[in-house]
Design a protein around this ligand. Structure first.
Ligand SMILES: Cc1cc2nc3c(=O)[nH]c(=O)nc-3n(C[C@H](O)[C@H](O)[C@H](O)COP(=O)(O)O)c2cc1C
Length: 257
């Protein structure tokens, strides 16, 4: 990989100090009306270049180019809350393919997700052609361990592990891989929002995630690299069911201290 580097164009810099103010690593200082890097603690989060009014900062070896903000993107809070209120786990899907451009937008939501220490450790495995084969591997594992797990868990004892127990005949499943599990789960949530905005229904397959984490064979089949884990698996497709109202939730449990 190309060496990552923050580059400050001193001829453009006016020494306003905004870059230094947003630098979480305290890696930029202004001296003599010009900003400069002062250490090697940079996490390459890019906030310095995103805030610079002079476009004086760039980064080498850090991936894609930047997009100028055209205006403030602000969603209506009530609408956002309704999206959260009315989203449901979907387990019945239409047998309709997910268009490539929709899939790419969902993956883009994952790619752009923020990560702890700006690790950008996310990758994605789209289970399309291999979906049934991989689901079959997870089924084999779950069916083998069920008699043992079922002794302790009524859920495992009572659940029917049918041939579509993990992916519910959905056209696509996406395994989200990450070094840090929290990063992967955050990506999954962002991907769900974009999927829903495209009219897709989503299920978090915790069970498949569990199987993939436990099985070396599944990890091999889907290509989980060393150091990464399956953080979450999203099952996606056009919903075959329409929910008419929200579902009961426990009362808010929050304290102000
Ligand atoms: C982390 C996580 C893992 C889940 N795993 C599964 C799963 O493997 N299979 C399944 O049928 N549902 C799974 N679900 C769906 C939950 O059962 C569901 O979110 C919950 O019952 C509430 O229903 P709702 O999502 O429709 O509001 C999972 C949900 C979450 C958040």
């Amino acid at each position: 990989m190309k060496q990552r580097q923050v580059i400050i164009d001193r001829s453009r810099c006016v020494g306003c100090g905004l870059c230094s103010r947003v630098c979480v690593a305290h890696n930029i200082a202004v001296s003599g009306q010009k900003a400069g890097t002062i250490g090697d603690a940079c996490i390459f989060c890019g906030q310095c270049l995103a805030v610079c009014p002079q476009k004086a900062i760039s980064m080498a070896g850090c991936g894609d180019g930047q997009v100028e903000k055209k205006g403030d993107v602000r969603l209506c809070p009530d609408a956002v809350l309704d999206v959260i209120r009315f989203r449901r786990s979907i387990r019945t899907f239409q047998q309709r393919a997910v268009p490539r451009e929709v899939l790419e937008q969902v993956l883009e939501a994952g790619r752009l997700t923020h990560t702890a220490k700006n690790a950008q450790d996310l990758s994605f495995v789209v289970l399309d052609r291999e979906r049934d084969r991989v689901e079959g591997m997870a089924l084999k594992l779950f069916r083998a361990v069920r008699p043992i797990v079922g002794r302790f868990s009524p859920l495992a004892r009572n659940s029917r592990i049918d041939d579509h127990f993990f992916f519910f005949r959905a056209p696509i499943a996406i395994a989200v891989l990450a070094e840090n599990r929290t990063n992967g789960v955050l990506a999954a949530q962002n991907m769900e929002f974009v999927a829903e905005a495209n009219g897709l229904g989503v299920l978090y397959s915790g069970f498949f995630t569990m199987a993939a984490r436990a099985s070396r064979k599944i990890k091999q089949a889907i290509g989980v690299p060393k150091g990464k884990q399956v953080a979450m698996t999203l099952v996606l497709g056009y919903p075959g069911v329409k929910f008419l109202r929200s579902t009961p939730h426990r009362e808010l449990d929050a304290r102000y201290l």
